[in-house]
Design a protein. Sequence first.
Lengths: 322, 326, 293
Amino acid sequence: MSPLLEVHDLGLSFDRSNALGPGMSGVSFTLEPGHVLGVVGESGSGKTSLARALVGLRPTRSGHIMLMGQRLPPDGTMSTDLRRQVQMVFQNPVASLDPRMTILQSLEEPLRVHRGDMDARQRLARAVDVLEMVGLPSATLAGYPHQFSGGQCQRIAIARALMVQPALLICDEVVSALDVSVQAQVLNLLMSLQRELGLAMVFISHDLAVVRHICDQVAVIYRGGLLEQGEAVALCAHPAHPYTRDLLAAVPGARVSAGRPAPLAPDQPNSGCAYRHRCELATQLCVERAPGLGSRMDLSPDRKVACHHPLVSGKPAGIVGQ
Amino acid sequence: MSATGPVLQVTGLQVSYGPVHRSTDAVRGLDFELYAGEVLAVVGESGSGKSQTALALLGLLGPGARRRGRMLLEGKSLDELDEAGWTRVRGRRIGLVSQDPGQALNPYLSIGKQMLEMLRWHQGLGGVKAREQAESMLRAVGLTDAPSVLGKYPHELSGGMQQRAVMALALLGEPVVLVADEPTTALDVTTQSQVLALIASLARQSGTAVLLITHDLAVVRGVADRVLVMYGGRVLEQGRTDELFAAAGHPYTAGLIACAPGLTSTPGSLLPSLQGQAPGAGDWPQGCPFHPRCPRRLEKCATSMPVLEQISTTHWRACFNPGSDL
Amino acid sequence: MSTTPVAVTHWRAALARLAENRAAMAAAVVLVLVCLAVLVGPWLVSATSQAVDWDQISTPPSLHNGHLLGTDANGRDLLARMLMGGRISLAVGLLATLVSVLIGVIYGATAGYLGGRVDQLMMRAVDVLYALPFLFLVILLTVYFGRHIMLIFLAIGAINWLDMSRIVRGQAMSLKRQEFVLAAQATGVSSAGILLRHILPNLTGIVVVYATLTVPQVILAESFLSFLGLGVQEPLTSWGSLISEGAREMENAPWMLVYPGLVLGLTLLCLNFLGDGLRDALDPMRDDRRDGT
């Protein structure tokens, strides 16, 4: 089966608002149909830029993205047909719905664009069906976004994304803005929808524990670069990159501890490894040369790490005196 | 817990808004005590009333707010303070670290200027002595390159560093109580744990009492000594952190603890979750505010409000049918 | 929240907020009365605005002589003239505002949404137009085309759209960054579709506010023109013309200045109060939020 999504050596120029270095460079990954890829990163990692590039909201600077065998134009546009196959759910549920439109109107919009053959009655029927899939009653259709809670709005946003039966769903921090008790509900919903509909998903989050729970593969990005990539559970059990280990340590109740934090330094010019300013394992080599992505099949068949001193079983390897 | 009595004592705190016959009750009867050197976490989701509690303690409630109950700081009442009185209390006796460090810091002044201003205002210090104190405080919050940070403007620092600077500012007045309102929510995950650890260690070292307000129960483990769980403007459960995590009596607490996937969950399995969502402030049902969502609700939960009962010396709980199904 | 929400639109919530603003409500009531007066009044007043009462030239206001507010130098009843003049002033106000809103909104929304070079070009054009002296233009136009009332509409409307376009452009730019617009783009809605279905409807709030605040500006502009003698021609009259006449007769017949002046001032004041009240009431993002802490 050919991959649904192929990202090859992708480079994105940075957002005007994101002043921390280059948007993204040299990121590659593939996604098979029906699989879930987690993209883990913090602020400034470029994950939102990546999400937008995948749905054709953002031009790319270098490399390419292939969706269902078709190459996306670098200017950030996308044919309507292709847009139907990839839909996005955003971080702020209430803001992602037009406050002036009823829920029905918001849900109908994808149908108007892609299924012009449907009449009003058919659109209504489809909206009711999809709302049921996300666990909301049909009475929701008459309301306006401001009348619903964050969790309900996110369900509506998910419903909207599913109206035209896309093959790929991009989730950009979809539970971060929700109450903790509601996050689990929405995650459960996404998991069951993904299984039922055979959706492929790119799930972007800063929470490695959530990503481990719902994703097959994980890609860890930092400041626009891919640092580690591989099967989710194995990656969390045996992280190879110090940053992955630090992300794991930040999960409450984790039994890994973060490396001794490097002295906090404000932004410095980028050369060598992007993580060297925060890494306690950084050496002169890390300053001079950015590490390329290398395989670590000893940890898991698909694992790749970009590090001069990757960890071995959670311990740093190759440092003299360590 | 200190033998000298609580630093902060709150009894029967109620905060409401709007006209009396149609009032929105944000906080409906809150009691707690805070002792020197300890970290008390107030955990609640949106609408629980936790932020209103923080505002009440700092005299920052909006003009339409009605407050009842008693608040005693080191034995002295805060209830009758006017704005001038509050200005003397804030910063000097009660400090605040809030969610967005970018908003707490003046973008037009360097960190150093803001700190010196605080020192001048609260301690009448100036010149070299003030500078030394500012530097030592910056080092205490983990900004080791203190002289350099003093000269920087807020936008030149990362989020984590900004929050540390805010903490340094808050502690300059040597307050007895520090209110930290969601201090790490706007920060990166990897910085969060560092900043929380910092708060805890500062508390223990300097004897400052910390009231940590957060929506995330999971992060308070390892940081807080005691936890207060709020829902519907009331306290549902209260106790030592280890006690609560080991044996949460209240279904809500148990639910909160269970529903976050840790690193040991079975991937792909359905996460334990609480159904429904927290109602907005003031939209409370009759009886126990949690009962519509509670998997263990009984008939009487819909009509009467359970009161806080003492279960052990340090553990209180308000529930007719405690236990955990999740 | 119950599972059957009533469709509480923004307008209803905003109207409720507006209703609480006493100054705005009082202003609205006064405006309605003024509108009624100028619409219906001329038929109720015994004298007409043209009729010359030869016996009562330049008489002061009195309750007995049939001229409630007095007469002017030609013996015409002031009240009747004020009511007729009000029709013109308000009509010019509303129509010119409509013109300026239409041009301003379309221009500003397009510039703001498209952004980039197109926006730069369009806004520089606005800057250039801003620099043109309004009065000069109107004088030129009047000299060329004569003092036609339509001309007044167009001239005033053509100047006022500049303000509206700037405001709308700013709002459109901030709307463009909202996630619901991104969502629509990701879904594949065309630019035109987004402008029509997402941007414009979300602009109505701010447009209503500034339109209400534009009406007094326009009425004042018309009054100013009439005061200078460039406005409406006889037999038509407007509040501005009346004030102009009144200023000339100030010493002998002060009522000719006082009453039109009062009415004009009152109307402008009420429009401003209402506009301010609308701005507060329609403050976006202030609708009941369900996830406040």
